[in-house]
Design a protein around this ligand. Sequence first.
Ligand SMILES: [Zn+2]
Ligand SMILES: [Zn+2]
Length: 195
Amino acid sequence: MSDIPIDCQEHGPSTKALLCQHLHRDGRQKACGLIEPLVDEEDEELPHAWCSDCQAVLGAENGWTEAAEQSASMTAACLRCLEVVREAQLAFDSEQVFIARDQQDDASIERADAFIQFANKLAEHSSIAESSQSLLIAASRFNAYDALTTADDISADRQALIDEYCEAYRQSFIQNLDDYINHADVYFAEPDQSE
Ligand SMILES: [Zn+2]
Ligand SMILES: [Zn+2]
């Protein structure tokens, strides 16, 4: 994470951070939600956070497009400012404060497509609801297996693992649901009857 020194009007010498324009303006006074990225140590990015409204745009846009960046209009602050805003948002509504996982890469999308193709095939002999239910059971069993093989101490880490995996599922579900809602005209287009 980038560590650029700045002299904050409020906090004095600190590290530069960025807040979306909404958190910058209202983050201490009212519930906005707060999302921070999952950052690599080697990452060059400044510490930064954005609000629930910006997250909704981000989901609809499927990433940091021009529209998403315009909504956020990241504004300079200091690391202490970010911490103060995070504390305030946790106090308002802790459910709306979370770490956003990295954008999915192409390879993970391709693997997901392979599972979905198989789920569609199974749905031909049952129903979409039944196939979906089986996919969820399979995903949670496989995710639990993944957690088991990567956790240092499965019993001690149990609650943290539940939180991490459920939050990842929640984010992915919201992203896909919003994608269907925002692109209903594309996904559920009436077949062309003109032929
Ligand atoms: Zn915002
Ligand atoms: Zn500050």
